[in-house]
Design a protein around this ligand. Structure first.
Ligand code: NDP
Length: 262
């Protein structure tokens, strides 16, 4: 892509003395979010599943912005791994203030062909992980004056997605989970979600090898562009920061106008 991220820098004290965990931060939206959080002063935990080299690179990039960072491997869909990620964060930084539930996979099939394995893998990675990571981190976040959680959902969770019923169910589930926890964890912890449309990342790049399909997608987006990872990262930072201190239970659309639901 020839586009550049927004050039405005976030204030260096926006997340000063805060500790943030970002799940799935070795690449894509998670990586961009880790970098913006570091730019704004947060110490950062870069969770990943397999991409150790990339995760270590993100850690180095965060450190070069003047904060501390660690990479923590862990499958967020497993309760035990979620507990280890929270424990390692507390060992290193003594606390957790901010949690970004970003790790996700996009694998589907027509319903008659969808295996139990594909159904479970997607639901576990996208939805069960939100439960596991939140449960593991909330005791520490509660001890802080205030904290914030942001889930990365999707337009698929709002309008559905043919041949990806498992993914759509997991993303719709994240939206309901966000709303439930917003009222459960108030007033100290705010819980919000972003619902992006197409973002140019490794997750969806293979489908855009078909230039005709790519053009069809662009034509369906009123702003006539796909989101960059940084566009999503900036919205996540907004929802984590005091800029949104009176916002909880919100689902923020980041889709160039393609799905207009409020
Ligand atoms: P990428 O495929 O680029 O990155 C996914 C990240 O999640 C990687 O860091 C990966 O780690 C990590 N991950 C996957 N499974 C697990 C797991 N079980 N435990 C821990 N980490 C895991 O994805 P995107 O950046 O595109 O997507 C980020 C989020 O945005 C997802 O929730 C996705 O559903 C959502 N989204 C994406 C859209 C898009 O068009 N791209 C549109 C709307 C929403 P590793 O590299 O180690 O495998």
């Amino acid at each position: 892509m020839s586009e550049k991220p927004v050039e405005i820098k976030l204030p260096a004290n926006l997340f000063q003395n805060k500790t943030a965990i970002i799940t799935g931060a070795s690449r894509g939206v998670g990586r961009a979010t880790a970098l913006r959080l570091a730019e704004a002063g947060a110490n950062v935990v870069v969770n990943y599943l397999k991409s150790e080299t990339e995760a270590n690179e993100v850690v180095k990039n965060c450190e070069s912005l003047g904060v501390e960072a660690i990479a923590v491997q862990g499958n967020v869909s497993e309760w035990q791994a979620a507990q280890v990620i929270a424990q390692k964060t507390i060992e290193k930084f003594q606390k957790i203030d901010l949690l970004v539930l970003n790790a996700g996979i996009w694998e589907g099939a027509p319903i008659e062909e969808m295996s139990e394995e594909t159904w479970n893998k997607v639901l576990n990675t996208n939805l069960k992980a939100a439960w596991a990571m939140t449960k593991a981190c909330v005791p520490s976040i509660k001890k802080q004056q205030r904290g914030a959680i942001v889930l990365v959902s999707s337009t698929a969770g709002q309008r559905g997605e043919a041949n990806f019923s498992n993914y759509a169910a997991s993303k719709g589930g994240q939206i309901s989970f966000t709303k439930a926890l917003a009222s459960e964890l108030c007033p100290k912890i705010r819980v919000n979600a972003v619902a992006p449309g197409w973002i140019e990342t490794a997750m969806v790049r293979p489908v855009f090898e078909d230039e005709n399909y790519k053009q069809q997608v662009l034509d369906s987006i009123p702003l006539n562009r796909m989101a960059m990872t940084d566009d999503v990262a900036l919205s996540i930072c907004f929802l984590l920061s005091d800029w949104s201190r009176h916002i909880t239970g919100e689902i923020l659309n980041i889709n160039g106008g393609s799905v207009l639901c409020g």
